[in-house]
Ligand binder design. Structure first.
Ligand code: LLP
Length: 426
């Protein structure tokens, strides 16, 4: 939204936000979060029987975010004790928590069992044995899903965020050992109630073929398990990964179309095999929160190298957004206080970390930049705050939630005292 040449987000003037809360500043629009959740309700939750959406909390998590997700009636996926603790502190219904991860520690598993969470997604044999041991010790039982690696060969996304190929640290390979040892082992174990299967093929995906191919590979196993052990899968969790456009020239994914193609295929396969369709779960993270976030920075140094480029440096960088350095991720940006001005200059936006690779956006058209301008980087809601670090002892920015012209801080900015808070002096 444009007004007075300032960029407005969630009905709030971002220049005023920057002045009030200092920069860098993460801003999340509650309106966009709710709009995205409502789309999922319309084209998935309310459209089909027996389906569920889990929010993948790794994309962005704070107590307030978990509260929004709980209030909206979604479940949540966590992958660590830290995420689990946050979600529990937010008052989340433990039965709606699913615990993923390829190396849950004994402490984390004990914590999950003590909280009595809904599902533990068992990733490997080591975890399976450890879980059984803990359950015996505590005289408890647990619902579990088995994480499978579908073994796909062609997944179109950055190699660091693919998980569904054969060579992966995640999940059980679909092989003879799974079929003949692991599945019967779980089915015969009184302490475990196998509810079904989970897989996740990767992140930032736009191509529905990948989802459909993965499902077909998993369905073969589901059918095989039915035929060989008379086991009926109650839950099929097909993971997240739905892509979002980080740039104007990328077409947004048609989530309704993708989900209806996935559901049609799933329903058809189960029907043809004369089997009851299990509950279908999706677990989007980025798709819900990514477009709901921006980051505001203040421009400091502007440096021109004759015949090469002009750098404009911001007061944050890879410590609050590692994605450009880690995945060559592309972002779009604007000058918050010159939003309606013509984009006459080309800049490279540099972070302030002591790394040449700390470049947030390369060669972007913007109005002429002056020191003191505010830069907005768009679509930073997912995997920015959650991957932030204190590299160079930079402070992790505050998070402000905006909605319909109102704002409230949901995560405070770190302070220098926080930074040394755990240091012990000699
Ligand atoms: N479910 C599982 C089991 C996952 O591993 C993930 C993401 C998701 C769901 C959610 O994926 P999403 O819908 O957000 O794409 N740091 C990377 C992304 C890593 C994703 C890891 N797993 C990035 O910044 O692109």
């Amino acid at each position: 939204m444009k007004s007075n040449n300032h960029y407005f987000f969630g009905g709030v003037d971002t220049v005023e936000l920057a002045k009030k809360h200092e920069t860098p500043l993460y801003v999340l629009s509650e309106d966009i979060i709710l709009e995205n959740i409502n789309t999922l309700k319309k084209c998935f939750i309310d459209k089909y029987d027996n389906v569920k959406v889990l929010y993948a909390s790794k994309a962005f998590l704070s107590v307030a975010m978990a509260q929004i997700i709980g209030r909206e009636g979604l479940g949540i996926d966590v992958v660590s004790g830290g995420e689990l603790f946050t979600v529990m502190k937010a008052g989340f219904n433990p039965k709606e928590i699913f615990f993923h991860g390829n190396n849950k520690t004994q402490k984390e598993l004990e914590m999950a069992i003590d909280y009595d969470i809904g599902q533990i997604v068992v990733d490997n044999l080591y975890e399976l044995e450890l879980l059984i041991e803990i359950l015996k010790k505590e005289n408890k039982t647990q619902d579990v899903l088995l994480r499978l690696s579908p073994g796909l060969t062609n997944i179109d996304t950055h190699e660091y965020i693919i998980t569904g190929q054969r060579d992966t640290k995640f999940g059980f390979q679909i092989d003879e050992s799974l079929k003949n040892d692991i599945i019967p082992r779980i089915l015969s174990e009184d302490r475990l109630d196998l509810k079904g299967f989970h897989y996740h093929i990767g992140s930032q995906l736009f191509d529905n073929e990948t989802y459909l191919n993965a499902f077909k590979l998993i369905f073969d196993l589901i059918e095989w398990t039915k035929n060989n052990y008379n086991y009926s899968t109650e839950i099929l969790n097909i993971g997240g990964g739905f892509g979002i456009p980080y740039h104007e020239d990328i077409q947004p994914l048609d989530i309704e179309k993708i989900l209806s193609e996935i559901m049609d295929t799933i329903e058809k396969e189960f029907k043809q095999a004369n089997m009851t369709r299990p509950q279908v779960i999706i677990e989007p993270g980025r798709w819900i929160i990514g477009p709901a976030g921006i980051t505001i920075y203040k421009i400091g140094a502007v440096k021109s190298i004759e015949g090469i480029r002009t750098y404009a440096a911001v007061d944050g960088g890879m410590s609050d957004n590692i994605r450009p350095s880690l995945y060559n991720a592309l972002y779009s940006a604007d000058i918050a206080n010159k939003y309606n001005q013509e984009k006459t200059h080309i800049y490279t936006i540099a972070g302030k970390a002591c790394e040449s690779g700390d470049i947030l956006v390369k060669d972007i058209n913007l109005p002429e930049i002056e020191t003191g301008d505010y830069l907005i980087v768009h679509t930073t809601g997912a995997y920015n705050f959650s991957m932030a670090s204190n590299y160079n002892r930079m402070l992790i920015p505050a998070v402000v939630l905006v909605s319909k012209g109102k704002e409230r801080v949901i995560v405070k900015r770190q302070t220098y005292e926080d930074i040394i808070g755990r240091d012990i002096s000699l």
